[in-house]
Design a protein around this ligand. Structure first.
Ligand code: SF4
Ligand code: SF4
Ligand code: FES
Length: 293
C-alpha cells in the first residue's frame, strides 16, 4: 500500500480548481477505484460518472495527467509514481460538476445522421453482400461512445469547430453506413457540406486515444475524404461517369438543402421513415456488387 497524491478538479459551470487529496493505493487499483475511495473517505460530494467499470459503457471518460482516458481502465501502476495524478473533466465539453461533463452535443450530432436505408431486395427477396464488405464496417461498431476521440480532436476543442465538424466518432458512424453496400443513401454531399469532412487534417490523435483501438483515421476518415474528393474534385472520374453513364448510388436527400451547421440539428423524425434494422445477411454464391464506390 502506497500513498499517492491526487489533484482532482472540483467545481461547476461557474469555475473550479484542482484540490489535493492523499489516497492509499494498492496493487491492481485503477483511477476509478481511487475516486471511489475518495468519495467514501474524504469527498462524499465528488461527482463522477461511471457505470460498468469494465471499459464498455464509455461513461468514465476524463483527462488523467492531461490525457483523455477511461478512469476504469487506467491502472495506477501505469502512471508515473513520482508525480501527483491529475484528474480533470473532458475539456471539449461543458462541465456540469467536478468530473462530469455535458456530452449532449454528441447526441445531437448522432441525430443528424440519416439512418440505414436498405437497398431493394433482389428478385429472390434477399439482400446479399460479400463477407469482406460485412467485415469492413464491423470495426466501427466496436465504438462505446466514450467520446475520448471527440475530446482530443483539436477541431472540436475550438468552440467554432463544433459548428463545422461532427468529429471522429460520427465520421466513423457515417463510414460504417457509407461502406455498407446494402445502404442506399448517398452520404457524400452531406459529409462535405454539413459534416465538415474537410476540417480533419489527419493528425491521428483520435485514433491514439480510442480505447477500442478503432483505426478511426486510416480506416474511417481517410476513405471518406477520398470519396468526397472523387466526387467533387476529380475531373477524370466526373468525365468517366459522364461517358459510361455510371450513376451515383442514389440521389442526395432533399433535406441537404437545409442550412449548414449552427442551424437546429436534424432529428431522426425529420428523416423519412423509422430507422430500419439492417437486414439479415446471406452469404452469396455469386453476387453482383451493388455499387462501385
Ligand atoms: S485525425 Fe481528424 S478527427 Fe482525428 S483528431 Fe485529428 S483532426 Fe480530429
Ligand atoms: S471511436 Fe473510440 S474513442 Fe471515439 S467514442 Fe468510439 S470508442 Fe470512444
Ligand atoms: S465505467 Fe464503463 S467504461 Fe469506465
Amino acid at each position: 500500500m502506497a500513498m499517492r497524491t491526487f489533484k482532482v478538479w472540483r467545481g461547476d459551470r461557474e469555475g473550479g480548481e484542482l484540490r489535493s487529496y492523499e489516497a492509499a493505493v494498492s496493487e491492481g487499483m485503477v483511477v476509478l477505484d481511487v475516486l471511489h475511495q475518495l468519495q467514501a473517505t474524504q469527498a462524499p460530494d465528488l461527482a463522477v460518472r461511471w457505470n460498468c467499470k469494465a471499459g464498455k459503457c464509455g461513461s468514465c471518460s476524463m483527462e488523467i495527467n492531461g490525457k483523455p482516458k477511461l478512469a476504469c481502465m487506467t491502472r495506477m501502476n501505469s502512471l508515473p509514481p513520482e508525480q501527483p495524478v491529475t484528474v480533470q473533466p473532458l475539456k471539449t465539453f461543458p462541465v456540469i460538476r467536478d468530473l462530469v461533463t455535458d456530452v449532449s452535443w454528441n447526441y445531437r450530432q448522432n441525430q443528424r445522421i440519416a439512418p440505414f436505408k436498405p437497398v431493394a431486395p433482389g428478385p429472390d427477396g434477399q439482400r446479399r453482400m460479400y463477407q469482406e464488405d460485412a467485415d469492413r464496417p464491423q470495426e466501427f461498431r466496436k465504438c462505446i461512445e466514450c467520446f475520448l476521440c471527440q475530446d482530443v480532436c483539436h477541431v472540436l476543442r475550438d468552440r467554432e469547430g463544433k459548428e463545422r465538424f461532427v468529429g471522429p466518432r460520427f465520421m466513423i458512424r457515417v463510414a460504417g453506413l457509407e461502406m455498407n453496400p446494402l445502404d442506399d443513401d448517398d452520404r457524400i454531399p452531406e459529409l462535405k457540406q454539413h459534416f465538415g469532412s474537410g476540417m480533419c487534417n489527419i493528425t491521428r490523435c483520435c485514433t491514439e486515444v480510442c480505447p477500442e483501438h478503432i483505426n478511426i483515421t486510416d480506416n474511417g476518415i481517410i476513405p471518406l475524404k477520398e470519396r468526397v474528393v472523387d466526387r467533387y474534385y476529380d475531373p477524370l472520374l466526373a468525365v468517366g461517369r459522364l461517358l459510361t453513364g455510371k450513376k451515383l448510388r442514389t440521389i442526395a436527400r432533399p433535406e441537404l438543402a437545409r442550412p449548414e451547421h449552427g442551424s437546429p440539428e436534424l432529428s431522426r423524425a425529420e428523416h423519412p421513415g423509422p430507422e430500419q434494422a439492417e437486414p439479415e445477411l446471406v452469404r452469396p454464391e455469386a453476387v453482383a456488387r451493388t455499387r462501385s464506390a
